[in-house]
Design a protein around this ligand. Sequence first.
Ligand SMILES: C[S@@+](CC[C@H](N)C(=O)[O-])C[C@H]1O[C@@H](n2cnc3c(N)ncnc32)[C@H](O)[C@@H]1O
Ligand code: SF4
Ligand code: SF4
Length: 364
Amino acid sequence: MTKYGRRNRPRGNDFRRSPMLVFYEVTQACGLECKHCRACAQTRAHPDELSTRESLELIDQLTNFPEPPMLVLTGGDPFCRDDIFQLIDYATKAGLETSITPSATPLVTQEAVGRLKDSGIHRLAISLDGADAATHDRFRGIEGSFSRSLEILRDAREAGLPTQVNTTLTPDNYGQIGAMAEMLSSLQITLWSVFFLVPVGRAEFALRLSADEYERAFQQLWDESRRQPYLIKTTEAPHYRRFVMQQERSAKLPSSERTPFQAAGLNDGKGVVFVGHTGEIYPSGFMPILCGQFPQQNVVTVYQNSPLFQDLRDVNRLEGKCRQCEYRTICGGSRARAYAVTGNPFAEEDDCVYIPPSTPALAN
Ligand SMILES: C[S@@+](CC[C@H](N)C(=O)[O-])C[C@H]1O[C@@H](n2cnc3c(N)ncnc32)[C@H](O)[C@@H]1O
Ligand code: SF4
Ligand code: SF4
């Protein structure tokens, strides 16, 4: 089976009815204090954090989507919750494909990794933000964090638990894309998810890359995707799909050889919903616009009917060059970044170099 095995092939989701990904931020608590943290994670959990009973009720609601979504238990650090294994057991027994993204701390013991495997967790995602300890630890603010991440990935490998690495690109590690890709090739990971910074939470604008740097990063990721054994995807950079499509078209690749996009069009609120640690329902964790409040409101109803969610799924609501763009249905630009940068969730993506030929300014 190739790396585009059955599980990694695109699903036939109708994003108007069902999300593909539900992120449940089980807690804001975390032992780390990363300077870019969208969650503004704190050492202690919020007193109004959803209880065990409420969390189980939320999981029940997720099973009512017409097509069952994948559930990502995120944070903060999910391992800061005492009941985390109860939530995992409940979600997997309910039939939800469940992943978890713990922070790389001593809480993720070898025994805990074994329990994750036994409880039916689909995938463990761990952050690695540099090709060497100095770069990663500087970013995470804790010495030893790099080797902790590697140890957790090794434990998961030995336990037979599939892994994903998350990397947030910043000016500091941008020059290490090739070195990181090489390092990951020996770690037997399933997926490398490369996050493009959204200036939200603690993340400052200075940590962003320029649009030209995005394009050069896309080129490197595309090159690596064809030689590495693992899949590569971007998070909050849907214009990577535009880049890949342009490359494949110019290489005149037959459609059978083109990249099967895991989720063409997936974007904030479009195939994605985020439930915060105190029940806030957002289009994504990077777009903190309140659309509903669990448990007072049902997450299925909010996802399907909230005016903002509906508008985010309507490409005709896009503005500027994203509205003109022939790639808008597979891309549409990061809606979270548009909102973070301009305050308008429908504004054009600031960090994309592409100028659609039909843009009025060019037509003159
Ligand atoms: C919110 S964290 C949760 C999991 C865990 N605490 C961690 O950091 O690995 C999930 C991923 O989002 C990334 N992230 C956090 N804030 C971000 C931001 N403002 N822009 C882009 N990615 C961000 C993190 O680096 C991490 O890889
Ligand atoms: S990015 Fe993750 S590890 Fe870092 S402070 Fe935020 S929640 Fe904790
Ligand atoms: S112009 Fe907008 S829709 Fe087109 S590729 Fe760039 S970000 Fe995507």
